[in-house]
Design a protein around this ligand. Structure first.
Ligand SMILES: Cc1cc2nc3c(=O)[nH]c(=O)nc-3n(C[C@H](O)[C@H](O)[C@H](O)COP(=O)(O)OP(=O)(O)OC[C@H]3O[C@@H](n4cnc5c(N)ncnc54)[C@H](O)[C@@H]3O)c2cc1C
Length: 395
């Protein structure tokens, strides 16, 4: 008897890959995790769900799709990474708290010492270490070269004094990577150094910043004689600017992945199709958003590090950050108009007894939360400056 002919689904590599991913998600993404994914407002889901999802992906070997396979990555092509992210989004997987996976881990792979790789990479992969980013200070945001937190070398240690602000998840993290000042004589960029700091070090304190939406995601971090081993420095003393720029490039290239926007778009679309009194014009804006999103997905495929066109340069990562964050905002606004309670900014009346927001109010809260997307990881103006600096002729 002849063997049955393979179908297109059996042989299309994308479909074979997606079948494996869907099989895993069907089992690993339990209803509570999907619910946490749906309820995500800020840059990560509820931390317990995000950690559980991290562990499940780690056990499966899929926690670091962008890392080289030799360092614990999934060994996927850029297209497979893209398909995986999109499938997770369409299935409401929790959004990870994953600065370690997305930016610091790849930086350590590129620039870390063998000891730093051995010490930090496994704990990033397992989720045991969560990393906060300590760059911004009250006087140093867009103009990051103004960082003033001081690190003075005493033998084989740096003694750190000063403060950081807007530190996302510092209260959830056990480690922080930070830009500190080790010299003041030369131009500001030359006196910076990049350190890895244990958050449990005596003298380090975290103070919450509660934002207008009532959420606690941000913090101020204070350093009072915090002692950090010199072995925790990435790059040489005084080369922190170049290290931080590389970190930012890695962070911006996946700061607002298309999958994050697709989550919001998908919910807006479902609500629009279910509605029998949709305001005129909203459906055509939805279609326009789908076109923009599809174009962004293609740009991401081409521009991501390891992608088809470029190997993750500054212009590519700033373009992805700029387009992604502004599209995220537009789609979240549209979702609010379709499903939201856009009749006022007060969200409290829409919370149930457990503090959870009702569906429509969640779309409104999401709209507010995405306002910050064009500020964090470098504002839209900063990204435009970077792009213009590379693309426009100097004269
Ligand atoms: C939700 C959120 C999370 C954050 N998380 C972190 C974190 O985890 N770690 C961390 O280190 N930081 C974090 N930040 C800080 C963030 O990186 C800074 O807020 C951002 O870089 C802007 O700096 P700033 O707030 O000091 O504003 P400023 O630099 O004072 O800018 C104010 C305004 O002026 C514009 N501007 C400034 N300079 C120029 C210029 N040269 N050309 C044109 N326009 C300009 C800016 O675009 C902005 O609109 C976070 C911020 C937010 C909102």
């Amino acid at each position: 008897m002849l063997a049955p002919c393979p179908t297109a689904v059996d042989t299309d590599p994308d479909e074979v890959f997606l079948a494996e991913v869907r099989g895993f998600l069907a089992e690993a993404l339990t209803p509570d995790l999907r619910e946490a994914g749906r309820r995500t407002l800020g840059v990560h889901s509820d931390i317990a769900a995000a950690k559980l999802w991290h562990q499940r992906l780690h056990r499966r070997g899929w926690i670091a799709p962008g890392w080289p396979a030799a360092e614990g990555g999934a060994g996927w092509t850029p297209r497979q990474r893209f398909l995986f992210d999109r499938e997770c989004a369409l299935n409401d997987a929790p959004v990870l708290f994953a600065g370690g996976i997305r930016s610091l881990g790849p930086l350590i792979i590129e620039m870390g010492t063998p000891m730093q790789k051995a010490r930090y990479l496994p704990a990033i992969l397992s989720g045991e270490d969560l990393w906060a980013q300590g760059f911004s200070e009250p006087g140093a945001g867009s103009d990051l070269a103004q960082v003033a937190t001081k690190a003075e070398r005493v033998g084989e240690r740096y003694i750190v004094n000063g403060s950081k602000i807007w530190t996302t998840g510092a209260h959830l993290s056990n480690r922080m990577f930070a830009l500190v000042r080790t010299a003041t004589e030369d131009k500001p960029q030359k006196g910076l150094t990049f350190l890895l700091i244990d958050m449990a070090t005596p003298g380090l304190t975290v103070s919450p910043i509660i934002t207008l939406d009532g959420e606690h995601e941000l913090n101020a971090v204070f350093f009072d004689q915090v002692s950090v081993p010199v072995a925790n420095r990435i790059g040489e003393e005084g080369q922190g600017w170049a290290v931080a720029k590389r970190l930012m490039l890695l962070a911006r290239s996946n700061n607002t992945p298309a999958a994050l926007v697709r989550r919001v778009y998908q919910r807006a679309r479902t609500a629009a199709l279910a509605s029998d009194d949709l305001e005129p014009g909203l459906m055509s804006r939805l279609v326009a958003a789908e076109i923009e999103l599809t174009a962004f997905e293609q740009a991401e495929l081409n521009l991501l590090p390891g992608g088809r066109l470029r190997d993750g340069d500054n212009t590519s990562s700033s373009l992805l950050k700029l387009i992604g964050s502004e599209l995220h905002q537009r789609v979240a606004e549209l979702a609010m108009e379709i499903t939201g309670t856009a009749r006022g900014v007060a969200l409290e009346p829409f919370r149930d007894e457990t503090g959870r927001l009702a569906d429509g109010a969640r779309a409104t809260a999401k709209h507010f939360a995405t306002r910050a997307a064009s500020i964090y990881s470098g504002s839209s103006e900063t990204q435009r400056n970077v792009i213009a600096g590379v693309l426009l002729p100097r004269g």
